[in-house]
Every structure is written in structure tokens, then in C-alpha cells.
Design a protein around this ligand. Structure first.
Ligand code: NAD
Length: 259
């Protein structure tokens, strides 16, 4: 049976770990050829080896999404190696421990988070959209977060602001390119069990404070978010465009959660 992404080429940033890694494995299982782009080139190679062992096709590139030149090169590699680019998944992101309230967050931490989480998505779109247009259209998935739509009293102000920016930017791209066959959606996961959250959740009080607000009483697992990304990447979501695609276990619907 042909996969849900048969014949497609996908570029995934931050694909060496967590949500990006699970998405790379899943997209490849569904027939996509995958460009695994990550700051950690060695870990990216390991993902490619896993894909190859399962009979799929992928290449790994060391790529810093803060650098336009790296993204230009990643898009060029997708077209050179696999002939086109159809799916652009701007997923790489950081969540530094020093990111806190507006008063406490060091300026350089704010700048770094904006550079990777927001400008990195802009640069992915800047270099990826021309390739999607050359392919006759495609799907852009930009990873925002549930924090783009809800405030927290224990803030990570730079992270939250960066994800709000991703959400707004994605809507605009979705509107601008809709008639040229490009859909763009902001994937907004709730808290996910990946290395990104490990440091925060290692502190018992921080863990308890967050779990109290999750109706399902557990974190998402990365494959649950990858399956949502697969839907947005595939033609099954052909009329889904410009959405705030929340995959948050009901957090954004909750007023009071069960004890
Ligand atoms: P993760 O830390 O497991 O993986 C992130 C990957 O991005 C890593 O492989 C890392 O090397 C890579 N990366 C970091 N900086 C980079 C850069 N400058 N250029 C290229 N690659 C870079 O994290 P994750 O939980 O899988 O997060 C993926 C995305 O999902 C992020 O955008 C994150 O903000 C978002 N998100 C995560 C959660 C969560 O709870 N884990 C919730 C909502 C949104």
C-alpha cells in the first residue's frame, strides 16, 4: 500500500531528537524522502541510519536554523538529492532554563530564543517557500506551542513570545500563499516528554505545578505529536490552512482540571 507521503520530500529541522526525530521516522515510514536537518549532525546521522534500516530514504545535514545560509543549503540539498521539496517542517526550538519572567530573563537569553525559535522559522520559510513553489505547492508546518495561546504564572517569557510570533507569522504565510498551493499551519503541542522539558520537569514542584493543569494527567509522547504533523503534511489535511493546530490533551479547553 502506498504511504500517506509517497513521492513527497520533507525537510525537518530539529529532526535529531524528540518530536522532529519521531516525525522523520514516521514520515519516512509513510513513503517520504526526508532531510534530517539539525545542529547535532551526528545525532542526525543516527536518525538517518534508523530510517535506512527500516527501508526508508533520508539524508542528514548539520544545520543551524539561526543561519540563513544553512537553511538555503538544506533546501538546495533536498532538491539536488531528491528532486523537489514538498513538506517544510520548521520544528527546531530551544527552551533555556534561564528563560523566566521579564524581570529575571537575561537579555542575551531572550535574543537567543528569538533567534532560534522565531527567526529560525522565518529563515526556513524564506529559503523553503521558493522550493515549494517550484514543486507546485506544498505544506509548511511551523512548531509553535500551547503557550502561544495561554499565559502561565510561571512564565518563560522569551519562549512564549517566540511561539506567539511563530503563530502569527504562520497565519500570514498561510493567507499569502494559499492560492499558490501552499498550506501553512502552526502545530501547537502541549507539554511533550522530550529532552526539551527534562530539565524543567526534574524539579518536583515545577512538575507538580504543570501536571495539575493537564486534564489527561500526563505528558504527550513525541509520536503523538508526530502523527499530527503527518496529518498536516499529507493531503488528508488539504483544506486545513492557517490553523492554530492544538495537540494539547485538552489543556487549552480546561478551566478546572480533575484532582
Ligand atoms: P528536543 O530538544 O527533543 O529537540 C530539539 C532538536 O532541535 C534537537 O535535536 C536540537 O539539536 C535541535 N536544535 C536546537 N537548536 C537548533 C538550531 N539552532 N538549529 C537546528 N537544530 C537545532 O525538543 P522537542 O521537544 O522535540 O521540541 C521540538 C519543537 O517542539 C520545538 O520547537 C519546541 O519548542 C516545540 N515544543 C515542544 C514542547 C515540549 O513540551 N517538548 C511543547 C510545545 C512545543
Amino acid at each position: 500500500m502506498p504511504g500517506r507521503l509517497a513521492g513527497r520530500v520533507a525537510l525537518i529541522t530539529g529532526a535529531a531528537s524528540g518530536i522532529g526525530r519521531e516525525s522523520a521516522l514516521l514520515f519516512a515510514r509513510e513513503g517520504a524522502k526526508v532531510v534530517v536537518a539539525d545542529l547535532d549532525g551526528k545525532a542526525g546521522e543516527r536518525v538517518v541510519a534508523e530510517i535506512a534500516a527500516a527501508g526508508g530514504e533520508a539524508i542528514a545535514l548539520r544545520c543551524d536554523v539561526a543561519r540563513g545560509e544553512d537553511l538555503r543549503a538544506a533546501v538546495a540539498a533536498a532538491e539536488r538529492r531528491f528532486g523537489a521539496l514538498h513538506v517544510l517542517f520548521n520544528n527546531a526550538g530551544i527552551f533555556p532554563a534561564q528563560d523566566g519572567s521579564p524581570v529575571d530573563t537575561p537579555e542575551e537569553v531572550f535574543d537567543q530564543v528569538m533567534l532560534v525559535n522565531l527567526k529560525g522559522v522565518f529563515l526556513g520559510c524564506k529559503h523553503g517557500i521558493p522550493a515549494l513553489l517550484r514543486a507546485g505547492g506544498g505544506s509548511i508546518i511551523n512548531t509553535a506551542s500551547f503557550v502561544a495561546v495561554l499565559g502561565a504564572a510561571t512564565s518563560q517569557v522569551a519562549y512564549t513570545a517566540s511561539k506567539g510570533g511563530v503563530l502569527a507569522m504562520t497565519r500570514e504565510i498561510a493567507v499569502e500563499y494559499a492560492r499558490q498551493g501552499i498550506r501553512a499551519n502552526a502545530l501547537c503541542p502541549g507539554p511533550v516528554n522530550t529532552p526539551l522539558l527534562a530539565e524543567l520537569l526534574a524539579k518536583p514542584e515545577a512538575r507538580a505545578r504543570r501536571f495539575a493543569h493537564i486534564p489527561m494527567g500526563r505528558l504527550a509522547e513525541a509520536p503523538e505529536i508526530a502523527r499530527a504533523a503527518l496529518f498536516l503534511a499529507s493531503d488528508e489535511s488539504s483544506y486545513v490552512n492557517g490553523t492554530t493546530f492544538l495537540v494539547d490533551g485538552g489543556i487549552s479547553g480546561a478551566y478546572v482540571t480533575p484532582e
